[in-house]
Write a protein that binds this ligand. Structure first.
Ligand SMILES: Nc1ncnc2c1ncn2[C@@H]1O[C@H](COP(=O)(O)OP(=O)(O)OP(=O)(O)O)[C@@H](O)[C@H]1O
Ligand SMILES: [K+]
Ligand SMILES: [Mg+2]
Length: 686
């Protein structure tokens, strides 16, 4: 039951086909002005098929049968033009609808244990849970609604949402505390505070998103729609002006032909495919297990100039493990190790636990009475320290070297002379040095090792080719940051950054008119995620982070921003390429239709008839048939997207103009000629 696996099954094709007929309803088609004009044209030619005299009395009796046949042919071709366009949209929507159906099945009615004011638990329907309610969930139960774990740690099966079968760990405190309604607790027990009201859950939002129920046109799509509607209006005015001109010349123009000309000239191809391109783009993001809250976010991703990444866990593997204790200021290694372990006893971060583990290999003996009633000082990204306040008044801290140094100096302590030397050694190696302090005396350093993820250098090189600047933003010291930045190949870095520094960095970039993307998972990332144009929150992250970002990665892989950017670019490029193709196509159709229409009036127009089509009627019908057929022919490109290769925007533009612009002019010549030859050979419209 995953949102990732969406294939174009026979089921989807069948329902899309039925859906295409429903979309003929004028109320629905009205939202697409280009196709709406085609529909009106079709109704007129249909009327003319029944009553060829409807708009003029000049049709002579002898020509009635032939006029009817011609009008009917135009009507049928226009019908298929609309049908193909509807089908493109229906098929793009189909996959999302199928996914929504699967997700809906996970929404079964559950009973939750709601905490009462007196502390007892009462059974209530899960659908009645509100924001702020506190519920208890035990092993093998489905979590009744979205929330944050207040107490407990356990493994959760999230396959209903993510499609990933490996269980994940969720627990109170820290950045892994959020749980999603509909997932299953596999072990232990949770006390959860509900964070959403009925109908606003993650699952509800996800269903709405994949289904496209809340789909709104993106700014870029809207601008293009307005342009297409404008072009349609201009051509409509031109066509409406033609009959009086012809009248003045003493000739009459056939109405079905005028409509055929209009349909060939207005941008039907891109008009038909525009919404399918947008829906397919969103769908590609979803298949990557990223939930984009709006199409606007996906589009913004395509235009991103700056990518902000944190170091630990994004650029590096992230399990920074303590690998060595390095004493300074004349202290013993064992002494340092004891204090380091003591400072980490209640530190639940991976760093803290690894310090305790390293200590265990060194046979450290701690006296229980030393720490049993100690006050725990949790790590925070603001202080960049953690530790204990012992009952006997001792203050033990470990943390970023600059933070500890400042702390010691504030208390009037001395900084050991050899501290900077060893700090530098660790940092130059790309490691993170943590200083350990007891009562304003620094005992030494913990060497946290972390390595750059494989392949990062290549990924950043790819981003550079796309014209995107990468900035690493880390709480670590400048030397470590410089080493990792160099190794990973990012363009720039910011060290010793506190959470608000990230937000300021984003604001600064935006003030220069740049679009900024960032990924994050913590509550302290939330302001930056909200500020960024593309904020990718990790599904494992806190509710605040998920709320603030405009995308959520179900796999919680921060480097996925790179793919999201590629998908966004692909969406913009596909839209641009097919618009170019569509308009170039229409240009070629002038050469088929204009000579055919006016050659009896203005014989010199014959020079335009470079295609040598067999007869005026065949020319018009061939152009119209080509105009219809090009829509289904392009559906695969609209759905799959034009392949994006990293290159600069200018290179991209030139390349696409060549392929889709020049191609768009040439293809119709061949296509229309071929259809004309077939029509003539079969003898339908000679
Ligand atoms: N458990 C801990 N106890 C004490 N100090 C820590 C602990 N974990 C990290 N630090 C120190 O605090 C600094 C800031 O940590 P933080 O997690 O905010 O940023 P970071 O992990 O270094 O960088 P990034 O933003 O790339 O994740 C770290 O560089 C390290 O020096
Ligand atoms: K057209
Ligand atoms: Mg971190």
């Amino acid at each position: 039951m995953s949102v990732t696996k969406g294939t174009l099954s026979a089921e989807i094709l069948k329902s899309s086909f039925l859906e295409s007929f429903k979309k003929f309803h004028p109320k629905i088609l009205f939202r697409n002005p280009v196709m709406f004009v085609v529909e009106i044209g079709m109704l007129i030619t249909f009327w003319l098929t029944i009553d060829p005299w409807a708009f003029s009395s000049k049709v002579s009796l002898g020509h009635v049968a032939s006029a009817r046949g011609y009008n009917l042919a135009v009507t049928i071709i226009l019908f298929f033009t609309i049908l193909f366009g509807n089908f493109a949209e229906a098929i793009a929507e189909g996959r999302g609808k199928a996914q929504a159906e699967t997700l809906r099945k996970t929404k079964t009615e559950l009973i939750a244990r709601l905490q009462q004011p007196d502390g007892t638990f009462a059974q209530v329907p899960a659908s009645s849970l509100k924001k702020g309610d506190i519920v208890k969930v035990v092993a093998n139960e489905i979590i009744p609604a979205d929330g944050e774990v207040l107490e407990g740690i356990g493994s959760v099966d999230e396959s209903a949402i993510t499609g990933e079968s490996a269980p994940v760990i969720r627990g109170a405190g820290g950045d892994f505390s959020s749980v999603t309604g509909g997932t299953k607790l596999l072990s232990d027990e949770f006390l959860i505070r509900i964070t959403v009201n009925p109908g606003e859950s993650f699952l509800d939002k996800m269903i709405g998103l994949v289904e496209g129920a809340t789909r709104q046109k993106t700014p870029n799509e809207l601008a293009l729609s307005v342009l297409l509607a404008g072009l349609t209006l201009i051509f409509l005015i031109v066509i409406v002006c033609l009959p009086p001109v012809a009248d003045y010349l003493g000739k009459s123009l056939n109405i079905a032909t005028l409509i055929a000309l209009l349909v060939c000239l207005i941008p039907t191809t891109i008009g038909a495919l525009l919404s399918a391109i947008g829906i397919a783009g969103m769908d590609r993001v979803i298949r990557f297990n990223v939930i984009a809250k709006s199409g606007k976010a996906v589009e913004a991703a395509g235009d991103v100039n700056t990518l902000i990444l944190d170091k630990t866990g994004t650029i590096t593997i992230g399990n920074r493990l303590a690998s060595e204790f390095i004493p300074v200021g004349g202290h013993e290694e064992k002494e340092l190790a004891e204090q380091a372990v003591l400072s980490s006893l209640f530190d639940e971060t991976p760093e803290g636990r690894s310090v305790v583990e390293l200590g265990q290999t060194m046979d450290i003996q701690l006296r229980r009475e030393d720490y049993v009633d100690a006050e725990n000082v949790e790590f925070s990204a603001d202080t960049r320290m953690s530790g204990l306040n012992l009952k006997n008044g001792f203050i033990i801290r470990k943390g970023a070297v600059d933070a500890i140094k400042r702390y010691v100096q504030e208390q009037g302590g001395e900084i050991p002379e050899d501290l900077d030397h060893y700090t530098e050694l660790i940092a130059k190696d790309g490691g993170t040095p943590l200083a350990v302090m007891v009562n304003k005396e620094i005992y030494g350093l913990i060497y946290l090792k972390d390595i750059v993820k494989p392949g990062m250098r290549e990924r950043f090189a790819e981003l550079r080719k796309m014209g995107i600047k990468t900035v690493m933003c880390t709480g670590d010291n400048p030397l470590t940051a410089a080493t990792i930045a160099k190794e990973a190949g990012v363009d720039d870095f910011i060290a010793e950054a506190k959470p608000e520094d990230k937000m300021q960095l984003i604001q600064r970039e935006q003030e220069q008119g740049k679009l900024v993307a960032m990924s994050g998972d913590g509550t302290n990332d939330a302001p930056a995620l909200a500020q960024a144009d593309v904020g990718l929150a990790m599904n494992t992250g806190t509710a605040a982070a998920k709320e603030a970002g405009n995308m959520v990665d179900l796999d919680s892989d921060p480097t996925k921003l790179i793919e999201v950017v590629s998908i966004g670019k692909q969406l913009l490029i596909t839209r641009g390429a097919l618009t170019t193709f569509s308009i170039a196509n229409d240009v070629a159709k002038y050469f088929a239709i204009i000579p055919a229409m006016f050659v009896t009036m203005i014989p010199s127009l014959q020079v335009l008839n470079i295609m040598h089509l067999s007869s005026p009627r065949s020319a018009i019908l061939s152009a119209l048939i080509f105009n219809a057929l090009v829509i289904p022919a392009l559906i695969p490109i609209a759905m799959r997207g034009v392949k994006y290769r990293p290159m600069s925007a200018t290179q991209m533009l030139i390349r696409n103009l060549l392929i889709f612009g020049v191609g768009g002019v040439i293809v119709p010549f061949a296509g229309i000629k071929l259809i004309d030859v077939i029509l003539t050979a079969t003898g339908w419209f000679s």
